[in-house]
Design a protein around this ligand. Sequence first.
Ligand SMILES: [Zn+2]
Length: 418
Amino acid sequence: MKLHCWGGVSEQGRSCFLLQEGNCLILLDCGVKRTFTASEAGEYPHWEVNLLNGIEATLLSHAHEDHCGALPLLSKLGIRRPIYTHHWVVPEVAKSCTAWLQAIDNAGHKKPYQTEDILSLPLCAVGFGEKVEIKESEIYLNSSGHVPGSAWFDIAVKGKRIIYTGDWCPSSLLFPHVQFSGHTDAIVLDAAYGVAVVRQNNIYEQLLGTITATVSNGGSVLLPVPRVGRSQEILVLLNRELVAEVPIYVEAPILESLRNLLRDQESSGMKCPGEIINIVYNEKVKEFHRPLEMGQKERAIILATDAMGSSDATKELIDYLGTSEKNTIIFTGFLYEGTKGEQVLKGTLDGIKARVIMLTWKVHPDRKDIEDMLGRIKGDPAVIITHVAREKGMELARLLRQKGVKAIVPHIGEIINL
Ligand SMILES: [Zn+2]
């Protein structure tokens, strides 16, 4: 059995792998890396073109663009094999790919594919715990705790078991703790934080502390967040812990996604549906479609998409709220180079007087989570470290090897024999 590493190794972005057992080819994710140069927009998987036509099916872990943004390129090439993903992820794929096209357009580059290529993606909805059969492989989808609907795949083929973690996080406020166990031959591991240990409780405290201090000082807080996932987790935290009596303005698509979770509580395995109902009906939580709808004089906490500060709404809010030193802009996740968010954080954007901070909200496993996971796994699996820059990946590999783990940090294009 072979694993072709087409993207997402020794780097963060464009996750894409091909699992090959004889003539059975299964694609695992197919993302784009968000990079812009003067002549190019985005980096796509390094696929071996001669293998693309033989792909039997794709397993899609979730709809972040670094996992799904290159799928429409396959449609464009005429490759239309089933793409299995959780039913919550299905509607997110088009949104994510469309947002990527929009970003390319805004940067003045040529689009790599068209809307038709997105709409014609053969997405097949699967629930957690359900089995998918692809030739002689049996695959189960399980919740990975990264965003609603995100899955890790348990793949059994010809007596071997492979775990593809996708992006996973064991400390979600919304979803149950991810448990990996049993005998395994290989793990394709999201190790986005490398050897770092992220103390999520400290992040909660710092976030609440910063918000409280800002509003008590008469300021407002802007949180540029993704539409799905972290935004909902932050709302759960604010609903639980925030004492300050200020309105929380939430951009409509974020609340919409939260309401969607309630429609499907049974199969979601969500931990706290009661709290979500609480947020949806909380008078302090106000929905907005455009920044103008907010009263400009009152103090507020504002959750707006997108996380990179690239959408018109966040750009407008950054420009408006950034002008006062009383306000705080809080970023909570990875910022791509060249985005407005990154410029604001680096302090290279003129006119920003607001306090700007980064509090990385945990959405991936840290070193302790990985060690804990490997401690539960039986056998002597090859651990393929992915979703992290090479140096950080190597640091983690060295540490794991000291504990006897067969850790591998592949290069792009490498083929690993499993
Ligand atoms: Zn992700």
